[in-house]
Structures are given as structure tokens and as C-alpha cells.
Design a protein around this ligand. Structure first.
Ligand SMILES: Nc1ncnc2c1ncn2[C@@H]1O[C@H](COP(=O)(O)OP(=O)(O)OP(=O)(O)O)[C@@H](O)[C@H]1O
Ligand SMILES: [Mg+2]
Length: 214
């Protein structure tokens, strides 16, 4: 089943970042997007994940053209189906890591999965305040929070940027088993070509085009 279909996306800020970007994402599939800094990867991920309207082209998620959705429907789609793991974590800073997960638990009405905390190796620090955690621990808490929601689509922008190579690889494996078990899919933006090639497909944003390289 097709979970996301983007066709002929174009976007410019001061200058054109990219045009004619088309991409399909199917159940149980992972796609990586690489490209030099400033090529527009995060912008593209914002468009694909409904946070930014493309200047041209359209994005369908779960077969719905998102440009036609009302604000309420879009909010529901984001809440129920989309999981965003972005460069800034947006954890609630005054709370403990666990309280942050409880927010996801309540909003999504899905229980916190202790196996997930073990897999991410954060069970020992889960009751500390977010501000007391290392950058890599915060990153893993935000991944736990997103997966607690059980989204169909995961959009991840350098989700392992603060992690050592071994932990990064373990986190990637966790994403892959998650998408397999939940008939979900993932789009990953990364600078790490090794991690990118763990995904089913790899694209490079280069010279304003999205080129498939795997
Ligand atoms: N809201 C914005 N307003 C104006 N320009 C923007 C905006 N967001 C991004 N840009 C510009 O668009 C270009 C691409 O930015 P983007 O963040 O998408 O790059 P990136 O490929 O994710 O880079 P990096 O690998 O460093 O994260 C940059 O030149 C940036 O300054
Ligand atoms: Mg970026």
C-alpha cells in the first residue's frame, strides 16, 4: 500500500532549492535522502511531512491530497499517523523524560512500551529531567516518544546525529523493526551514507534534483 506520494514538488526561498521532485513511499519501506548541507533536505522533509506547503506539486498521505484537507483533518492526520523526529527535539524541558512519554501515551491512547525504552537504552535515565540528559539521551527519548504514538509514517531528520556509531546503528535497526511490525514506513534525512544505505532506497538531493542512487 502506498503511504505517501509526492509529485512534481518545487520550492524556493531566495533561490530555487529543488523542482520536479517526485517520490513514493510504500508500507514497510524506508527511504534515505542525502545531500550536502544547504541542499534543501530539511525543507523537503518539512514539505513531505505537511509542515510546509510546497510552492508547486502535491503530496498525498494515506491516499489523501493534503492540500484539500481542512485544518482539523490535517491536525488529526498529524496526530494519529505522522511521527516527526527532527533536529531540534521539542521535548518539554521542565518535565522528566518519562513525563514526556506520558504526554504521548495520553494523546495517542497507546501504552508506553518498556521494551522500547530498553531497546533505546534509556530505561535507567527515564525519570530524570530532560535538561539533565545528554544530547544523545534526549534524542533517544524523542524517538521513544514518537514511536509510542505508533505512527504509520516516520519522518526523521538526522535522528542519530548525536549518537555514537554503534548506538546510531542500533537505533536504525529499531526503526526498521518498528516499520515492519506496524506496516509503517520511514523517510530519513542524514549525512551518514552508511546509515542511508541501510534503507531500502537512497536518494541524493543534488543540483536541485532528487536523484535515486539506490
Ligand atoms: N524558512 C526559511 N526561510 C528562508 N530560507 C530558508 C528557510 N528554511 C531554509 N532556508 C534556506 O534553504 C536552504 C536549504 O535549507 P535546508 O535546511 O533545507 O538544508 P539542508 O539540506 O537540510 O541542510 P543541512 O544538511 O545543513 O541540515 C538554505 O540555504 C536555507 O538558508
Ligand atoms: Mg537539514
Amino acid at each position: 500500500m502506498n503511504l505517501l506520494s509526492a509529485s512534481n514538488i518545487a520550492h524556493s526561498f531566495e533561490y530555487e532549492l529543488f523542482s520536479n521532485v517526485s517520490l513514493d513511499l510504500y508500507e514497510k519501506e524506508s527511504i534515505a535522502i542525502i545531500g550536502v548541507s544547504g541542499s534543501g533536505k530539511s525543507t523537503l522533509l518539512h514539505i513531505l511531512s505537511t509542515l510546509l506547503h510546497p510552492q508547486k506539486g502535491d503530496v498525498k498521505i494515506l491516499q489523501k491530497d493534503i492540500a484539500t484537507l481542512k485544518e482539523k483533518e490535517l491536525a488529526k492526520l498529524r496526530r494519529e499517523a505522522l511521527g516527526l523526529v527532527f533536529q531540534s527535539h521539542y521535548l518539554f524541558k521542565g518535565f522528566s523524560a518519562y513525563e514526556n512519554l506520558e504526554v504521548a501515551e495520553i494523546l495517542a491512547q497507546k501504552p508506553i512500551n518498556t521494551e522500547l525504552l530498553q531497546a533505546l537504552e534509556i530505561e535507567h535515565c527515564i525519570h530524570q529531567k530532560v535538561t539533565e540528559l545528554s544530547g544523545g539521551q534526549q534524542q533517544r527519548v524523542s524517538i521513544a516518544r514518537v514511536l509510542t504514538k505508533q505512527p504509520r509514517l516516520i519522518f526523521a531528520d538526522e535522528p542519530t546525529g548525536n549518537l555514537d556509531a554503534k548506538t546510531a546503528k542500533d537505533v536504525m535497526e529499531l526503526f526498521f523493526s518498528y516499520i515492519n511490525e506496524h506496516n509503517a514506513a520511514m523517510i530519513l534525512v542524514t549525512h551518514d551514507e552508511g546509515l542511508a544505505h541501510m534503507c531500502d532506497k537512497v536518494y541524493r538531493l543534488h543540483e536541485k534534483e532528487l536523484q535515486r542512487i539506490k
